[in-house]
Design a protein around this ligand. Sequence first.
Ligand code: C5P
Ligand code: C5P
Ligand code: ZN
Length: 468
Amino acid sequence: MDAPVPELEARADACADALRDADSVLLASHIDADGLTSAGIASTALERAGITHDVVFSKQLDDEEIAGIAAHDHDTVLFTDFGSGQLDSIAEHEERGDFTPVIADHHQPAEADTQFHLNPLLEGVDGGKELSGAGASYVLARALLSDEATDLAALAVVGAVGDMQTVNGELVGANVAIAEEGVAAGVLDTAKDLALYGTQTRPLPKLLEYASEVYVPGITNDQNGAMRFLDGLDVDLHDGGDWRTWASLDHDERQTVVSALVKRAVRNGVSGDKVTDLVGTTYTLLEEEAGTELRDASEFSTLLNATARYERGDVGLAVCLGERGEPLDSARELLRTHRRNLSEGLSWVKDEGVTVEDDLQWFHAEDRIRETIVGIVAGMALGAEDVESDRPIVGFGEKNDEEVKVSARGTPALVNRGLDLSVVMREASQSVGGDGGGHTVAAGATVPKGEERAFLDAAADEIAAQIE
Ligand code: C5P
Ligand code: C5P
Ligand code: ZN
């Protein structure tokens, strides 16, 4: 079989050889949805290749974390979904002979480089849109196992969706090649369908009421309105005593609802762009039970985030490795908390309001929003109907007594005009004694407490210089 991403084949082969040569491997991965799926793919691949390994997770790969990793008793460390941005520090350990690094990442690389480095950005493939950490791990898995890895494409798609790599509702570039391998392997199905969150698990009225992606007046955030809308359609809403879900509707029933929804949106003045957003490509994991979070890539990735952002990467990894029962129950419990926290966080931002300045808008949540989800809330706020999306949003949350976490989110339109938040976050944070990085459209940083105003000024200057 041909390599799924030919540009990366040589790097992937070199990384695979380094792993085969290792006595034992420490797999270190980022703790978020993409990092967990990366670890799920890499761990399964190492296992199938007969390579002994342990797995650890980290929220932020700083010097201290890397030193901790170096203290482990493994000759080789495989970094997934991070590592490229920390190569300056990693390379120092390599020189000292602490370990041989192998990296499968998609973040902006630092100055230093290393021999076994798999990153789309090094070969002109867009690491923000075309390949996630899970995708890079999948490319590595394919180099290690050839055809014996294609079932892992489903997890790679979950990672890409979790990292919000979809463009106008669908995966693009290298991600498509990976999804196609999943379809060929029989583990994935792709279809044009309603692009709202919760098609597998939400009762129909809730699916429409809670849809934050597109605001349809009289339906979104309106329990009675959503119910009346559905009642007026020629679709059976119940299955025995239970509400039906979107996934249980047949093709004609879906058509009926989608066209009525589009009509209603247009009639109520929803913009053409937003109406188009109602439909997108959905990615269905065929080996997972229908009606569960795991069946849909978007719901699966949210379930994983619900474990990762609460320091329960062990639970998320177990689910990625195919364990059901106890870990899945825990993940679902965490998901309930996560949902509540997101909704409370978003309400807080809307109530307290966002401070709008010339080049950016910002809010400071102090300890009211967990620093691990302040970025997700910032992203949701930018998409909310009462917050303008014409400039980037910056959210602050308390990290500890000395430090503040910063998350910044932009839009594809702003990126097209020159915005690169990874540079904004890195430069502005470093100017006040912190550090940061990420992607053009989504990035983060840690800054010393009390430096928020100076940080915002530096960020605003950088944004003004970037955007045409
Ligand atoms: O570190 P990593 O690349 O895995 O994280 C990417 C982060 O960027 C995710 O938290 C994702 O939600 C966020 N993102 C976003 N909007 C985008 C693209 C990514 O909020 N359009
Ligand atoms: O934490 P948040 O969701 O805002 O992160 C957005 C993106 O920025 C992620 O890809 C994350 O890995 C990156 N980031 C970073 N350095 C930081 C904080 C976040 O590279 N200090
Ligand atoms: Zn990632």
